[in-house]
Design a protein around this ligand. Structure first.
Ligand code: ZN
Length: 160
């Protein structure tokens, strides 16, 4: 069996950024399960996995444009400190969820001074080349229900 649309695929992966630092890995956890062809994973990686078999390994570099996008300076903003009234501790590096007209996104605090807080709503991996090291652990046909839901069920997948 090879990887194509409507297959549920379990992968072990390690993700390194442009600098070669490990930013995410499934090692020591249940392999990640995803539904192929359903936009569960980033397009560049999905493309590279098409046609692979169990046990195959894939090493790919995904440019920012096919990964989490390039950094957008417009997503960096200065907000008055007073808008964080009631928050005890604010430090650079902290993240929080903010609602915007594009839905909820993760926002990072980059700078804090007496009156102003600088926030950055870029994805932490925006602008980074994503270096994936992937091993295909399992491939199976998706069930009708999984296809309808657009995600896999069971271990490493969606639980409900
Ligand atoms: Zn479901």
């Amino acid at each position: 069996m090879t990887i194509s649309d409507r297959k549920v695929v379990a992968i072990d992966y390690t993700l390194k950024n442009t600098a070669g630092d490990v930013v995410d890995t499934s090692k020591g956890r249940t392999p990640l399960s995803y539904l192929h062809g359903a936009n569960n994973i980033i397009p560049g990686l999905e493309q590279a996995l098409t046609g692979k078999s169990k046990g195959d390994t894939v090493q790919i570099s995904v440019p920012p444009e096919q990964g989490y996008g390039v950094r957008d300076e417009k997503l960096i903003a200065n907000v008055p400190r007073s808008s964080f009234a009631g928050v005890d501790k604010i430090e650079p590096g902290m993240t929080f969820r903010a609602d915007s007209n594009q839905g909820s996104r993760l926002v990072r605090i980059v700078k804090v001074d007496a009156t102003t807080i600088t926030i950055d709503a870029n994805h932490p991996l925006a602008g980074e080349t994503l270096n994936f090291d992937v091993e295909v652990m399992e491939i199976r046909d998706a069930t009708e229900e999984e296809v309808a839901h657009g995600h896999p069920h069971g271990p490493g997948g969606h639980q409900h």
